[in-house]
Design a protein around this ligand. Structure first.
Ligand SMILES: Cc1cc2nc3c(=O)[nH]c(=O)nc-3n(C[C@H](O)[C@H](O)[C@H](O)COP(=O)(O)O)c2cc1C
Length: 191
């Protein structure tokens, strides 16, 4: 019997009527498994400060990886599929996603260093799916590029896919048609 896949859905959408969220739901419909949703704006996460940094360095040094501080990193490393929904804000993504990414970059859980100092991934997922929507044109998807670089270099997740709906807030834009086109791309994608 095949094991049920464990899908981690990282939701960095701030607006209840989020179009990014709507598209991410279409992606989730295409995946089979059990979805765990992390609504980042409702989680108690904060940027790393000196105290937390000191605590986490100590915990890593003593191998205390079960500490609650590492709950997000453990969850991320154990996921079979990862879906990130993040609107295009200021050429990348909402800062809450960066705060989350800081929480999950933990040596010994999501990656480790080789004796030569090269990071190598410890994550189970084979690919990451990134969903975004933008008000204007996306010349450079720096949010996705960053997640992709981190996945490749640190997490060892070498397949990444992005679904992007752009120009949604341009005057006269046919918002529904733009979203329909991306939904179609999601439907036709071979996951
Ligand atoms: C804080 C903020 C920053 C934004 N920055 C950009 C931007 O740099 N480029 C752009 O094209 N649209 C930008 N937008 C517009 C959003 O990308 C667009 O409305 C998007 O569809 C919002 O996603 P949502 O419907 O999931 O909330 C920004 C919107 C907000 C609220």
């Amino acid at each position: 019997m095949e094991n049920i896949k464990n899908i981690l859905f990282i939701n960095a959408c701030a607006r209840p009527e989020s179009r990014t969220l709507l598209l991410a739901e279409k992606v989730l419909e295409r995946l089979s498994g059990e979805v765990t949703e992390l609504k980042l704006f409702e989680e108690e996460i904060a940027p790393l400060d000196y105290d937390v940094l000191e605590k986490r360095t100590g915990l890593i040094a003593s191998g205390e990886y079960q500490d609650p501080l590492f709950r997000y990193a453990r969850q991320f490393a154990e996921a079979d599929e990862i879906v990130i929904a993040a609107p295009y804000w200021d050429l990348s993504f909402p800062s809450i996603l960066k705060v989350y990414l800081e929480q999950i970059c933990i040596t010994g859980i999501t990656f480790q260093y080789t004796p030569e100092g090269i990071p190598e991934g410890l994550c189970r997922a084979r690919h990451i799916i990134y969903v975004t929507t933008a008000g204007g044109p996306v010349y450079q998807n720096m949010g996705f590029d960053y997640v992709k670089a981190l996945s490749d270099a640190f997490f060892g997740i070498h397949e990444q896919a992005a679904f992007t709906a752009q120009n949604l807030d341009v005057q006269g834009a046919d918002e529904k048609a733009i979203l329909r086109k991306t939904v179609e791309e999601i439907r036709n994608y071979s996951f």
